[in-house]
Design a protein around this ligand. Structure first.
Ligand code: HSE
Length: 403
């Protein structure tokens, strides 16, 4: 019997408990006969009405010092004390599995190194894409490839909000409140709507893909708070939608470019049809071409499903580290989009003549807002785009267009 513990009994932690109780019989098949037994649940709150209230503790040492416990699910979120707890557990020779993307993106290099030294596992399938299998497939099934690009809808809350705005004309605040009530949003919703959550997730994927720690602080990040209903209507006019995209491009010289921003996505892209809380990640490998991963990116049971899969894997590999790993950074992340080319969609109050003078030949879009010129540029590097945009007196907004 494998004894495990859960740290944090919030949305995901209670989902882990429910799945282990509900599907324990099925899990035994995957653990090659070993049952999974939850021995402790750590949370600072009281759960007196819980059917197994005796499992709850407020003292982390009850888990750390229990030699029977070999695998711990850290699903409390946040950096502290999750970092201190995880480090102590790994150093004590226990495997840790987590949904905590902030922790993996910030301290992943160090925690993975400790897990490797101690021959235990630090697993984080639930940290990106909720219930979508993405970490293991990228690490194992795509290992024969050099990854060329990753483009993903990585935040369920913002995808849900944009979708409600587009399809139901719902106000931003109301859509956010719905997402919070459904358990999708972060405790501080700024993490969702300002793009920080998606930024942590693309940093984790880019680190896995490149084998180098990509520091999320180096990723240009813009959320959805400036996206207007007029922008959405223009996108529709171009047979496209606006999505918050986590993007990474890997160059042959080892350089990596990454950004999180609202992008124009043509309806011909499989990403365009990803709605509601669903996430999707398109990975292009140099051998396999495009592969898409799709599923529920947030919520109690989808996220807990990925955590429990890691628990099972950690139970099976208690005496052998699986070496999910990336090396220390070598400074390969590019500082901004200066040398990276995209087409741009631009709205301006300048005349079409002025636009043509600055941008040369470009494709105009029928105006939604009277008095505006709206157009699509040819491919420009970030440096070229900034230089040209600075010549327009009345630039309203501009968006990168996803290839
Ligand atoms: N707030 C996150 C989201 C939760 O909306 O996608 C899952 O990481």
């Amino acid at each position: 019997m494998a004894k495990i513990a859960i740290i944090g009994y919030g949305t995901v932690g209670s989902g882990v408990y429910d799945i282990v109780k509900k599907n324990g019989g099925t899990l035994v098949r995957s653990t090659e006969g070993e049952t999974i037994d939850i021995k402790h649940i750590l949370d600072i709150r009281d759960f007196d009405g819980h059917p197994e209230k005796e499992l709850f503790t407020k003292d982390f040492n009850d888990i750390l010092n229990d030699n029977e416990v070999t695998v711990v699910a850290e699903v409390m979120g946040g950096l502290h004390p999750a970092y201190e707890f995880t480090k102590a557990l790994l150093e004590a020779g226990k495997s840790v599995v987590t949904s905590n993307k902030e922790l993996v993106a910030t301290y992943g290099t160090e925690l993975l190194e400790i897990a490797r030294e101690k021959n235990v596992n630090y697993m984080f399938e639930a940290s990106v894409g909720g219930g979508i299998p993405i970490i293991r497939p990228m690490h194992q099934c795509l290992t024969a490839n050099n990854i060329v690009t990753i483009a993903g809808i990585l935040n369920g809350t913002t995808n849900y909000i944009l979708n409600e705005m587009i399809s139901k004309g719902k106000a931003f605040e109301m859509a956010l409140k719905d997402a919070q009530e459904k358990g999708y949003a972060e405790r501080n919703p700024a993490a969702d709507i300002e793009g920080h959550d998606a930024c942590r997730k693309i940093a984790i994927l880019a680190s896995l893909a490149s084998g180098e720690a990509v520091d999320y602080n180096d990723i240009e990040t813009e959320g959805i708070t400036n996206v207007t209903l007029d922008d959405v209507k223009y996108a529709d006019e171009m047979d496209s939608v606006i999505k918050l995209i986590g993007y990474a491009k890997f160059f042959e010289n080892g350089k990596i470019y990454s950004t999180v921003c609202p992008m124009i996505v043509n309806n011909s892209s499989p990403l365009a049809g990803v709605n509601g809380v669903f996430n999707a990640i398109m990975v292009k490998g140099d051998c396999v071409g495009d592969v898409m991963f799709y599923g529920r990116g947030a919520g109690k049971l989808p996220t807990a499903s990925a955590v429990v899969a890691d628990i099972v894997d950690a139970v099976k590999h208690r005496v052998r580290s699986k070496h999910f790993f990336w090396e220390k950074p070598e400074g390969n992340i590019m500082a901004g989009d200066g040398e990276v080319a995209f087409s741009y969609f631009v709205r301006t109050t300048d005349s079409a003549d002025m636009v043509s003078k600055v941008f040369g030949k470009c494709e105009f879009v029928d105006d939604i807002v009277p008095g505006e010129s709206a157009f699509v540029t040819k491919k420009l590097t970030g440096t070229e785009a900034k230089e040209k945009l600075s010549k327009l007196g009345g630039a309203v907004s501009s968006f990168k267009i996803l290839d």
